[in-house]
Design a protein. Structure first.
Length: 232
């Protein structure tokens, strides 16, 4: 009798192991089957720079910003360049006549659906061929006895005659390597500030080099040289 009970106990234990292994496999399979793709949000609005209602040159660059990332953008059927939320196109490729113009912006969302918006602009008769210029700056070319303390605290700001794209700007010891300064571009201006350990010193000559372009692609390349004052 005891032998029979021992045999039954062994059989029941084996059956329990098989049952537990089987349940574990089914559970794993259920988890794999429940994986779902992440839903991609669709863009619903588009803003432009120049903004709607602006008067622009026929060769101006148009920047389109959407509220969500998309796979492609067209303007009046012409493909724009870019990715994600930001796309751009030069109006010269649309051959728009002078006067009022409606730009039809279309896009393809990440989920394959389509979106659209329209923007009204006024197109000027002549193309913009004038590059931007520097109209104001914290220091002027040729300045001497400049107090470095104020520039190290507030940074150096440069203002341009018109809105410009984000370009390149650097400051270096005259004839030497560039210093580690950080640039912040905004419409028609740029400000650079020193990273820690890259502050301006006394009795030293520096050169700021800047290159950028306006909305029509007209390029500016200029420099500003100045010398700081001696220690007091």
């Amino acid at each position: 009798m005891q032998k029979l009970l021992r045999t039954l106990a062994v059989i029941m234990a084996a059956m329990l192991v098989v049952f537990m292994v089987g349940c574990g496999g089914d559970e794993t399979g259920e988890d794999d089957g429940e994986d779902e793709a992440v839903e991609q949000p669709s863009a619903t609005t588009a803003t432009t720079s120049p903004a709607a209602g602006s008067e622009v040159a026929p060769n101006a660059n148009l920047t389109i910003t959407l509220d969500e990332a998309v796979d492609g953008v067209t303007v009046n059927g012409t493909a724009a360049a870019g990715s994600g939320k930001t796309w751009s196109l030069n109006l010269a490729g649309l051959n728009l006549p002078a006067g009022s113009a409606t730009l039809n912006i279309g896009w393809t969302n990440k989920d394959g659906t389509a979106g659209s918006a329209s923007v009204a602009l006024t197109i000027q008769e002549t193309a913009d061929t004038d590059p931007p210029t520097i109209t104001d700056s914290s220091v002027s070319d040729g300045d001497k006895d400049v107090d470095p303390a104020g520039l190290n605290t507030d940074g150096i700001s440069i203002t341009f005659s018109e809105n410009v794209s984000e370009g390149d700007i650097s400051i270096s010891i005259e004839g030497g390597d560039a210093l580690n300064w950080l640039a912040e571009w905004s419409d028609n201006s740029v400000t650079i500030v020193p990273a820690k350990g890259a502050e301006l010193g006394n009795e030293t000559s520096y050169e700021i080099s800047v290159s950028t372009a306006d909305g029509a692609g007209n390029e500016l390349s200029d420099s500003i040289s100045f010398t700081t004052k001696g220690k007091e």
